[in-house]
Design a protein around this ligand. Sequence first.
Ligand SMILES: NC(=O)C1=CN([C@@H]2O[C@H](COP(=O)(O)OP(=O)(O)OC[C@H]3O[C@@H](n4cnc5c(N)ncnc54)[C@H](OP(=O)(O)O)[C@@H]3O)[C@@H](O)[C@H]2O)C=CC1
Ligand SMILES: O=C(O)C(=O)[C@@H](O)[C@H](O)C(=O)CO
Length: 277
Amino acid sequence: MNAIPTVILNDGAWFPELGLGTYNLRGEEGIEAIVAAIEFGYRLIDTAVNYENEREVGEAVRRSGVDRDKLLVTSKIPGRHHGRQEAIDSIKGSLDVLGLKRIDLHLIHWPNPSVGRYLETWRGMIDARDQGLVRSIGVSNFTEDQLTELIEETGVAPAVNQVELHPYFPQEALRAFHRTHGIRTESWSPLARRSELLTEQIIQELATVHDVTPTQVVLRWHTQLGSTPIPKSADPDRQRENADVFGFTLTDEQVAAISALERGRLWDGDPRTHEEM
Ligand SMILES: NC(=O)C1=CN([C@@H]2O[C@H](COP(=O)(O)OP(=O)(O)OC[C@H]3O[C@@H](n4cnc5c(N)ncnc54)[C@H](OP(=O)(O)O)[C@@H]3O)[C@@H](O)[C@H]2O)C=CC1
Ligand SMILES: O=C(O)C(=O)[C@@H](O)[C@H](O)C(=O)CO
């Protein structure tokens, strides 16, 4: 298997082109699944306070035996912790539960615009970075307008915006905005949560053409768009399959044909209206 390549974020930190989602990976089985992924070469592990599995992620990092500096752990501030001091307290809480000295990338999980505290929260994230509690800071589910506000008010652009992105929802305009501002795109639900996406004719055809699996076609599409997908799998064979996508290249036409599957979000996760606490 080819190693997972890395890119450099706008703050100079390294960042893998593919990582592991951990939503619903909990308990001893969850720890074992995450350790297995690290053994296959995953270096980016995505968690959140609201996944209630930061303990498992921290334990997997320790158990893996891989040098801490070669692993990148992401966690996220939930809506109920919005606010400048609340953000710092939330990060300290995450560090405690993870049992780690540093979080590599911390995100505001959802902007929750009706609460109106994401800008204050962003100021707290900047403080936390300056205090060395986290290495990189970013956001999740932020729109262009919200990103613009953060940048104009603080002069600090998020390193990453983790958003819903898959062939049914390719987010072309938002990705272009990210490119202009040096923000790395990260794709959540990159496999569209194993919906009928994997049986779409174009995906099946390209899998045959490249002698890979449908999942690998989809994940390669993400990386060629310049986004970091974080597929979740509890199964070691599927984890290995998902990470092994750097040995073939889709043509520009093939990338465009996959993007043409666009039809919209998986569920009603529009961050202008959907809020999570
Ligand atoms: N910031 C945010 O608001 C959000 C962030 N996320 C993050 O993104 C991650 C990934 O998104 P998620 O919603 O989990 O969905 P994914 O698109 O990653 O799909 C996960 C599903 O696909 C299955 N699967 C994985 N690999 C394969 C494969 N090779 N072949 C067939 N089926 C496969 C998994 O099953 P199995 O485990 O059995 O393999 C699981 O049912 C989350 O885990 C979380 O970390 C997700 C949603 C919102
Ligand atoms: O997985 C995440 O990070 C989420 O934010 C989820 O809560 C997601 O919004 C979801 O699964 C809702 O059904």
